[in-house]
Design a protein around this ligand. Structure first.
Ligand code: GLA
Length: 382
């Protein structure tokens, strides 16, 4: 059964009436530009056709009631004072969106919601951003409001950082909200300028999930952010008064002098990765797929050796993928420490690509990965 029908059906079972609205927001893969968003840098994600789906209907009780097919614990909060209830962790994402919308003057109404969908959780495909963006669409609909996709992304990001307390960058919410079908989303995280880069018709996006989920993910992510802030501070006291690491160029790296470890490697990753985003955008626009292979490989090496956010399984999956038929380019995607690898694969080769990658991953790790293919999907729309 289609995820939309499943979620509508589970709404009817839980609330005893039919849903009056169904919305969905896609997950994303980041094609390139990893750990650059919180350094004011460049990213190139695309939405994938896996979604968080929410079925909802108004109620007369002035309460927003949440049910999820992923978690047993139900949750609810008053529409007029969304911050006033203490909720289980999964429900804090929609709650945070409600708080951020209220703060912008959107008058929330009582609603019943059932959350489901087919986007894997914790795979590095931004299920939290998709949950936030889908929640925003439902709450806006209930309130008779309609934010622009950009405002919606900003509200959702604010919810995640200020309310949930996860110090993530802006990429995921932008991708889920602004992406365009058939295109990658080029985003300058400093100016928030975007442009849509068409993906060549002969290329599909393959997601290769290591199925490894790392508990240390959140703290290690915060460590990397702190290291970047400290490196910036070091540069400032050494006569380089920069606004962010974004302002360094590859040439500057040669003169970084005696910057201590691990900062020198962290900075090298950020600076070279920003350059790789520009090169990748150019390669896609020029149809130079051969160039992408090496750019993606360099990105993966940099994340593995300089930024140290890869894992044995991610490395194994990339090695397996690049040897498989039809593979144009592959690298880890998302925050790292587990999660998925993204590969660009020439259309028509999906089956042998997945079969061979699965075999190579199994041989290297003894584990079974999971795999899916997608075209670049459309961002969430009302
Ligand atoms: C997570 C964060 C993003 C970004 C990536 C790494 O997905 O939510 O903001 O920092 O990690 O590129």
């Amino acid at each position: 059964m289609e995820p939309m029908e499943t979620v509508m059906r589970s709404f009817a079972m839980r609330f005893g009436r039919a849903a009056s609205i169904v919305v969905r927001a896609p997950g994303r893969v980041n094609l390139i530009g990893e750990h650059t968003d919180y350094n004011d840098g460049l990213v190139l994600p695309a939405a994938v056709a896996r979604y968080v789906t929410i079925a909802a209907a108004p109620n007369a009780s002035g309460v927003i009631r949440l049910r999820s097919s992923f978690y047993d614990a139900p949750a609810e909060f008053p529409a007029e004072a969304p911050a006033s209830s203490s909720l289980p962790p999964w429900a804090r994402y929609p709650q945070g969106v409600a708080v951020a919308l209220s703060a912008r003057g959107v008058m929330l109404r009582g609603l019943d919601l059932t959350i489901g969908g087919d986007l894997p959780i914790g795979a590095g495909l931004s299920s939290s951003a998709a949950l936030e963006v889908a929640s925003a669409l439902v709450f806006e609909h209930g309130a008779g409001a309609a934010l622009s996709p950009r405002e919606r992304a900003l509200v959702c990001h604010e919810a995640e950082v200020s309310f949930v307390g996860v110090p993530s960058g802006i990429m995921d919410q932008f991708a889920s909200s602004l992406a365009r079908a058939g295109h990658a989303l080029f985003l300058d995280c400093r100016t928030l300028e975007t442009h849509h880069i068409p993906l060549p018709g002969g290329v599909v996006i393959a997601v290769c999930d290591t199925v490894m989920r790392r508990a240390i993910g959140h703290s290690a992510y915060a460590d990397r952010r702190r290291e970047c802030a400290e490196a910036l501070q070091w540069l400032r006291v050494h006569d380089r008064p920069l606004a962010s690491l974004r302002d360094l160029t590859v040439d500057d790296l040669a003169n970084a002098g005696d910057m201590p470890e691990p900062y020198v490697r962290r900075v090298r990753h950020v600076v070279t990765e920003n350059a790789r985003v520009i090169e990748s955008a150019r390669a896609l626009e020029g149809g130079d797929l051969a160039a992408l292979r090496e750019i993606f490989a360099a990105s993966h090496r940099s994340l593995r050796d300089d930024y140290e956010v890869s894992s044995r399984e991610l490395d194994a999956m990339v090695e397996a993928a690049v040897e498989a038929p039809g593979c144009l380019a592959a690298r880890m995607t998302g925050a790292g420490f587990g999660g998925a690898v993204v590969a660009l694969v020439s259309r028509g080769n999906e089956e042998p690509f997945f079969a061979e990658t699965a075999r190579g991953y199994r041989r290297r790790t003894g584990r079974e990965g999971t795999f899916f293919v997608s075209d670049a999907a459309e961002g969430a729309r009302p």
